[in-house]
Ligand binder design. Structure first.
Ligand code: NAP
Length: 449
């Protein structure tokens, strides 16, 4: 065993968080390294945001082809070559992997290809080599959860979805969160028969109630069948596909594919955290303080492994701020986890920032709500009339906008700007004083009365 090198900072994990912290540290002149056994870019690039968004765009082309006749444009029905689509998507991701490697090189960050385990609080072992660091940042991300029921392995997860060579025809998507509604929406748009199984009675239970009801209505209208209060008890392979037995005795299916989208768990097993004096919480997360510090001096954690907002830009922001604090002479720098905007790439998309109405009512004495629902102009000529809904949650006498919730086309692009306004503590008056852009869906945000 040899001690290879000493670094000022080593990031364990070459995903969004690890790359961000190491690169920012290197920009300050710190000697930094990233240890990653798989392809650079982590979940986001390889099995998350990026391939999902490519498919989301592809699904929009298919939906656009369906809508065209409403405009007097006759197109043949879209024929999707799933294999070709996958090849093109994967080629794009490989290009990104290369760009990430070159970015590390350009900034002088060492890329160590391998699996890191702790030897002690300052030392990591990768294969037969030892690396020491002043600061170690655990940024190992997470992986899809599997339920502990018989036959669970007959089901697939989101990683498997991206590796599919062909589109399954009869599909069950189990779950109610981001991944479940995104997967169900994609497969439905491409023509699969999709049943989405919810343990409770709604999707996205942490979101504002407007988001839940509007999204379920629009997904339902476009063909997704929701099976509410359905708890899977087992999966079995039948003569004609996979059968899902529910706890209440129903036999559902047969399906060509069952997808588990029931949450993700932190990737902390195998790191030998105990040798560093670190412990995870009961769910396996590495808990950190407001400065991303673990209880062990010199060891920090960022991103999905910490159990806070599992979003790429959050991991990046936390990583960069950590490097600013450690090497940039900015001792107070840290990520404020309040008011993080988020988008669900469902069909239609959801954009949300700030408090839900229920959260606002629990926190503020005076709460008012403005809402609107309309059919966007795009659908004025089409057979399908997909609606858009918006809600502003206002607090206090000044009617400050503390929450902004959108379901409908354009929500994904619209939200970023409104998130700035909410963060700057804009009031309803500020919104209403802003001249509308016409004709857009976004103008409804500034014309609510
Ligand atoms: P999630 O958003 O946490 O949702 C999983 C949901 O599945 C739970 O909230 C729960 O909802 C349900 N569930 C849990 N156990 C279940 C079980 N045994 N059977 C049936 N349902 C069960 O998890 P996710 O969709 O896997 O996504 C993980 C995280 O990745 C997200 O929270 C998000 O932070 C991130 N992500 C972000 C994006 C994006 O930014 N667009 C996209 C994908 C993922 P109920 O309690 O209501 O049943």
């Amino acid at each position: 065993m040899t001690t290879e090198s000493h670094y000022e900072l080593i990031a364990i994990g070459g995903g969004s968080g690890g790359l961000a912290v190491a690169q920012r540290a290197a920009e300050y002149g710190a000697r930094a390294a990233v240890i990653e056994p798989a392809r650079l870019g982590g979940t986001c690039v390889n099995a998350g945001c990026v391939p999902k968004k490519v498919l989301w765009h592809a699904a929009h082309l298919v939906e656009g082809a369906r809508a065209a006749s409403g405009y007097g444009i006759e197109l043949p029905p879209a024929r999707v070559d799933w294999g070709e689509m996958r090849r093109r998507r994967d080629a794009y991701i490989s290009r990104l992997n290369g760009i990430y490697a070159r970015n590390l090189e350009r900034r002088g960050v060492t890329y160590i290809d391998g699996y890191a385990v702790f030897e002690d609080p300052r030392t990591l072992r990768v294969g037969e080599r030892l690396y020491t660091a002043d600061h170690i940042v655990v940024a190992t991300g997470g992986r899809p959860k599997l339920p502990l029921i018989p036959g669970a392995r007959l089901g697939l997860n989101s990683d498997d979805f991206f590796a599919l060579d062909a589109r399954p025809e009869r599909v069950a998507v189990v779950g109610s969160g981001y991944i479940a509604v995104e997967l169900a929406g994609l497969l439905n748009a491409f023509g699969s028969r999709v049943e989405q199984l919810l343990r409770q009675d709604t999707v996205l239970r942490d979101f504002d109630v407007l988001v839940q009801t509007a999204l379920m209505r629009e997904m339902g209208a476009s063909g997704v069948a929701f099976l509410t209060t359905t708890v899977p008890a087992s999966l079995e392979r039948g003569a004609d596909g996979i059968v899902l037995n529910a706890e209440d005795g129903r036999r559902l299916g047969p399906y060509d594919a069952v997808f588990w989208a029931i949450g993700r768990e932190p990737a902390t097993t195998g790191l030998q955290l105990e040798r560093a004096g670190l412990a995870t919480d009961a769910s396996g997360f590495l808990r950190t303080d407001a400065y991303q510090r673990t209880p062990v001096a010199g060891i920090h954690a960022i991103g999905d492994v910490t159990g806070r907002a599992a979003l790429t830009p959050v991991a990046i922001a936390a990583g960069r701020r950590l490097a600013d604090r450690l090497f940039g002479g900015l001792p107070a720098r840290r990520l404020d986890y309040e008011c993080v905007p988020t988008v669900v790439f469902s069909h239609p998309p959801v954009g949300t920032v700030g408090l839900t109405e229920a959260q606002a009512r629990a926190r503020h004495d005076t709460v008012e709500v403005k809402r609107t629902a309309f059919v966007p102009m795009y659908y004025a000529l089409t057979e399908r009339r997909q609606r858009c809904e918006m809600k502003l949650v206002l607090a206090g006498d000044k009617r400050r906008v503390v929450g902004c919730h959108i379901v409908g086309d354009g929500a994904d692009e619209m939200l970023q700007g409104f998130a700035v306004a909410v963060r700057m503590r804009a009031t309803l008056e500020d919104f209403q004083d802003t001249v509308a852009i016409h004709p857009t869906n976004a103008e409804e945000m500034v014309t609510m009365r």
